[in-house]
Design a binder for this molecule. Structure first.
Ligand SMILES: C[C@@](CO)(OP(=O)(O)O)[C@H](O)COP(=O)(O)OP(=O)(O)OC[C@H]1O[C@@H](n2ccc(N)nc2=O)[C@H](O)[C@@H]1O
Ligand SMILES: Nc1ncnc2c1ncn2[C@@H]1O[C@H](COP(=O)(O)OP(=O)(O)O)[C@@H](O)[C@H]1O
Length: 283
């Protein structure tokens, strides 16, 4: 008899603002950023194996099997929990890679939460988030599943409740290297820390934007075009650009105009990750 399959969502995130406060001794940058999820993302399907093997069945262009964050997350959880079970995994990948919408980190978090459920490990979110942080700075927020103000390299999280507009997200056809942006001499690294909560209005800038727009004409173009309709912002280190609208109808109208020449999609902002809504419904 074949194992029962479980399908879970793996949502995208946006950085609604991103300030860089300084550089740490280890070369990483201290940030303040606001994460919100999108009701839009990949889908991962899992089936438990009795033989302990971890197998991702979907191939990724340019990402070898054992480097995939899904496989790395599964192997770490298996090693640290001592679980003898294995897993078959398939993914329906719709999120662009290297777009600043966190697809890889989200896939890792969905894997951690999915396997915690299927392998019946009983780990709490603190423990899963700590493991997730060793895979990437954005993994903990996906594990916790609530919109958050993040500090440090993104691991100190305070839940927040920003508005949940409809977004038009444009996907310039370039992959931006996060390392390249953080090593650019022109990057602003000395923003003053925001000490008041919630983040006061007027702090919605992304310090990476000037450097990314300067290096990538495709991103500049997307910012200019979306900027004709609403405030156009960069998420993470890009390449994706987004803007909020009060209704789906308005977002759809702008998207229809812009996607004649650019790639993009419309999605609702969400303060509770659709992964957590699905997991809740299983309990
Ligand atoms: C800045 C954010 C905001 O969400 O960008 P996006 O990746 O989403 O675009 C993330 O925190 C990115 O975190 P993460 O995804 O873990 O970064 P990585 O790709 O591992 O980082 C690649 C390189 O960028 C630099 N880096 C990254 C994050 C950080 N806070 N300071 C840094 O200096 C480091 O040199 C690191 O080796
Ligand atoms: N499951 C995965 N999904 C996406 N990218 C992955 C995955 N596993 C490893 N990667 C690598 O991580 C890089 C960053 O991916 P991603 O998280 O999608 O972008 P970003 O951090 O810009 O939002 C990719 O370019 C890819 O090389």
């Amino acid at each position: 008899m074949s194992a029962q399959k479980l399908t879970l969502p793996s949502p995208a995130k946006l950085n609604l603002m991103l300030h860089i406060l300084g550089r740490r001794e280890d070369g990483y940058h201290e940030l303040q950023t606001l994460f919100q999820f999108l009701d839009y993302g990949d889908e991962l399907t899992f089936a438990v194996r009795e033989d302990g093997v971890i197998q991702l069945h979907t191939e990724f262009d340019g990402v070898p099997h054992d480097s995939n964050l899904i496989v790395r997350a599964a192997k770490k959880l298996q090693a640290q929990s001592g679980c003898p079970l294995g897993i078959d995994i398939w993914i329906d990948k719709i999120l662009p890679m290297g777009g600043g919408i966190g697809g890889g980190s989200s896939n890792a978090a969905t894997t951690l939460l999915g396997l915690n459920h299927l392998w019946q490990l009983g780990w709490d979110h603190d423990r899963l988030a700590a493991l997730g942080l060793t895979l990437g700075a954005d993994v903990p927020v996906f594990v916790r599943g609530h919109a958050a103000f993040a500090e440090g390299v993104g691991e100190k999280l305070t839940p927040v409740e920003p508005e949940e507009p409809w977004y038009v997200v444009l996907v310039p056809q370039v992959s931006v290297s996060t390392a390249e942006i953080f090593s650019d001499p022109l990057l602003t690294r000395n923003s003053s820390p925001i000490k008041v909560r919630p983040v006061p209005k007027g702090n919605s800038r992304n310090d990476c934007l000037p450097v990314v727009a300067r290096r990538y004409p495709e991103v500049r173009n997307a910012l200019n075009l979306l900027g004709k309709f609403t405030e156009a912002k960069l998420t993470g280190t890009g390449s994706c650009v987004f803007g909020g609208f009060p209704s789906k109808a308005e977002a759809d109208k702008v998207s229809a105009l812009l996607t004649e020449t650019l790639t993009g999609f419309v999605a609702k902002g969400s303060n509770v990750s659709m992964l957590h809504r699905k997991l809740q419904s299983l309990l």
